[in-house]
Design a protein around this ligand. Structure first.
Ligand code: HEC
Length: 193
C-alpha cells in the first residue's frame, strides 16, 4: 500500500507518459482538449492578415508556363515595355550584369566564361531574331537546357527590358543600310548613343 502522495505521483507519471509518447504521426491522447483546441488565432494564420492588393505570397510563382511551353509563351506574352532609348539602356545594364559572361558583349556567345562553360548559341541568330519578345522572356524566366532560369535574380520588368536589348544586339549584328546611315549620322552629330 503506497502512501497517498506516492499514489498521486505514480498516477501523474502514468498520465504524462501517455501524453508524451506520441511520435508526431498520430494524434496523441488529449489530456485537456481545451488546451489543444483553443479559440486563439495561431501566428501567421490566414485570418490574421489580409495581404495588400497586388501582392503574392512568398514562394508563389505567378508565371504560368512550364519550361517546355516556350512556343506558347512566345505567342501569348507581349512585351509591356515600349522600345525606348531608356528601356534599351536598362536592358543593356541587365545584360551586362547577368548575361554578358556567357553570351558576350555582342551576343555572339563569346563570353568571358567560355570555354570553361560551353559556348552558348548566338542570341543574334536568325532563330532568336525571329522569336517574339515573349519567347526570349520565357528563356530568361525558365532557362533552357544548360542555361539556368533567372526569374529569381531578374524582376519581370528587367526581363522585358533585356528582351528589347537582345533584339537590339540582333539588329546591331545584322544592320540594314538604313541602320548604318542612321548610325553615321548620329556619330557625326554627336547624338550617339
Ligand atoms: C551561365 C551562362 C549563361 C548565362 C549567364 C545566360 N545564358 Fe543564355 N544561354 C546559355 C546557354 C548555354 C544557352 C543554350 C542552351 C541550350 O543548349 O539550349 C543559352 C540560350 C539562350 C537563348 C536561346 C538561344 C537559342 O538559340 O536557343 C537566349 C535568348 C538566351 N540564352 C538569352 C540570355 C539572356 C538574355 C541572359 C541574361 C538574362 C542569359 N541568356 C544568360 C548560357 C547562359
Amino acid at each position: 500500500m503506497l502512501p497517498k502522495s506516492g499514489f498521486y505521483g505514480v498516477l501523474f507519471l502514468a498520465m504524462t507518459s501517455v501524453i508524451a509518447c506520441g511520435d508526431g504521426s498520430k494524434t496523441t491522447f488529449e489530456f485537456m482538449p481545451d488546451m489543444m483546441d483553443q479559440v486563439s488565432v495561431k501566428a501567421q494564420e490566414a485570418s490574421m492578415r489580409t495581404p495588400p492588393p497586388g501582392t503574392i505570397p512568398g514562394g508563389f510563382d505567378p508565371y504560368p508556363y512550364t519550361a517546355d511551353q516556350g512556343d506558347l509563351a512566345g505567342l501569348e506574352l507581349k512585351n509591356p515595355l515600349e522600345r525606348t532609348k531608356e528601356t534599351i539602356l536598362r536592358g543593356q545594364t541587365v545584360y551586362n550584369n547577368t548575361c554578358i559572361v556567357c553570351h558576350g558583349s555582342k551576343g555572339d556567345g563569346n563570353g568571358s566564361i567560355v570555354p570553361k562553360f560551353p559556348r552558348p548559341p548566338a542570341v543574334t541568330s536568325a532563330k532568336v531574331t525571329d522569336w517574339s519578345d515573349g519567347r526570349i522572356y520565357h528563356v530568361i524566366t525558365r532557362g533552357q537546357n544548360l542555361m539556368g532560369p533567372y526569374a529569381t535574380q531578374i524582376p519581370p520588368e528587367d526581363r522585358w527590358a533585356v528582351a528589347h536589348y537582345v533584339r537590339a544586339l540582333g539588329r546591331a549584328a545584322h544592320p540594314t543600310q538604313a541602320d548604318i546611315d542612321a548610325l553615321k549620322k548620329a556619330l557625326n552629330e554627336g547624338t550617339y548613343p
